[in-house]
Design a protein. Sequence first.
Length: 545
Amino acid sequence: MGVLRFLRLCALFLTFTVCNGWLFDSFGEQRRREADEVALWPLPQKVQSSGTAFRLSATSFQIVHGKGSTAGPSCSLLQNAFRRYYNYIFGDVRKHGKNLNNVFDSDVLELQVLITAADPECDGYPSIKSDESYSLEVDQPAAVLKAANVWGALRGLETFSQLVYEDDYGAHNVNKTSISDFPRFAHRGILLDTSRHYLPLRFILENLEAMAMNKFNVFHWHIVDDHSFPFQSRTFPDLSHKGAFHPFTHVYTPSDVKMVIEFARMRGIRVVAEFDTPGHTQSWGKGQTDLLTPCYSGSSPSGSFGPVNPILNTTYDFMTRFFKEVSTVFPDAYIHLGGDEVDFSCWKSNPDIQKFMDKQGFGQDYSKLESYYIQRLLDIVSSTNKGYMVWQEVFDNGVKLKADTHLHVWKVKPQYQDEMARITAAGFHALLSSPWYLNRITFGQDWQDAYKADPQNFNGTAEQKKLVIGGEACLWGEYVDATNLTPRLWPRASAVGERLWSDENVKDVGSAYDRLTKHRCRMVRRGIAAEPLYIGFCPHEYGGQ
Ligand SMILES: *[C@@H]1O[C@H](CO)[C@@H](O)[C@H](O)[C@H]1NC(C)=O
Ligand SMILES: *[C@@H]1O[C@H](CO)[C@@H](O)[C@H](O)[C@H]1NC(C)=O
Ligand SMILES: *[C@@H]1O[C@H](CO)[C@@H](O)[C@H](O)[C@H]1NC(C)=O
């Protein structure tokens, strides 16, 4: 229907507001024709697409459990995902009340999701060992998505939803396509910092949603730090009561934390909490007396405090009880224990610490004292049957580590490639964040630097490269709160998402730009306030607001 005839109709029958919406929508429609093409992000390992287009009708198309699947309607994780992806595919139609699809029959009647493993893992948690591979055959009269278990199915559903596009008549189409896909790295994370600024729950959930759109699978929750302690502990309620920015409004209650973990699980995302010690703990000291080291000015206490006090037995009693709780609250097999940036000046000023150092024969080497503390902490956490992740300093300082420790490389100097080489040469697993501190912003398309970085780009043997488990994009919170979190993170983090999922040879910045521009528009259409990459427009942005 032409715009003029629309206007005439408007004038005759409808209120101005409604017409306005329709008018803009019809412009949106035209623009969509030019710009809405399929853009897969991150790019699957193997894609064979064809020019044979099939129609999907919003009224008859369904996502269903395939015949012989080991998962059925009792698998709420999949039921939930089927609904979510149906809405992502057809959401536009409903919102704008367009019924154009109804006049067509579906060529592809359904997407059959076939889970093949004896245990579909519907009620389980994703882990570093989860199988996220899947295959997708889009054909007539049904598309088939095959995966060993639910984790691969989730990734495949996202890919299927990305294959659907609208044609010139506003109908939903999908081309005959064959895809087989799996992640390059098992650990693909996003770090959010809820200590420097508190992030209300719904913003955390929104970002988990965006993570799933980019096939990320680890939410590294940097939950507490010097600045505030929003984690509400049942064992030590004073920690958040006195250490949070506000004791009631700026805390994560046990049920909040449960909700985050379940929301993430439904999207195949692990929640790895970080409780960083012995540095970065000022906020802990507010609710737990004698935990931090009193700093001295000359021969008397200055009134300020330093890192956790490593010489008191009460410190280890506290840590034992605290991490016992943490290990039950967070089901993931790993806890991140931090261990970065310990400032030794306060320890140096304290005469009791001096005496302890002498007794232990540490001389003036404070990294030995740090190692002493971390060593005892690692023993405590090991006794809860958890594995641990730590920042690179713990390795650099020569702390004895369990073989399955995951070492997190974050420093940019000296060059991180050498650190990756050293860690893997020592036989430890490494993950990379140095080039992916997305809180650092520069003018221009800085996603490209993130895109070009590769965690396996260091001098080392094939054996060493195999020890690289992936990486994380980090969004530290000095200058980030709920107002700018989402646009600062997306789509810049998407660049990291493709680096960690797709084949290592997928690195052409030009083709990435085209796909990422469209992927970003798709995120916006799905309600994620991802910022633009550069000048341009999204085809749907004038539609029906
Ligand atoms: C899908 O098919 C249409 C119609 O033949 C074609 O114009 C388009 O390029 C195809 N898209 C892809 C991604 O193959
Ligand atoms: C701390 O514990 C150690 C070993 O468990 C014990 O020998 C020592 O006396 C304790 N120190 C204090 C001050 O209680
Ligand atoms: C690998 O080693 C070569 C030769 O020493 C050096 O030129 C190069 O910069 C190194 N590459 C990385 C990524 O460190």
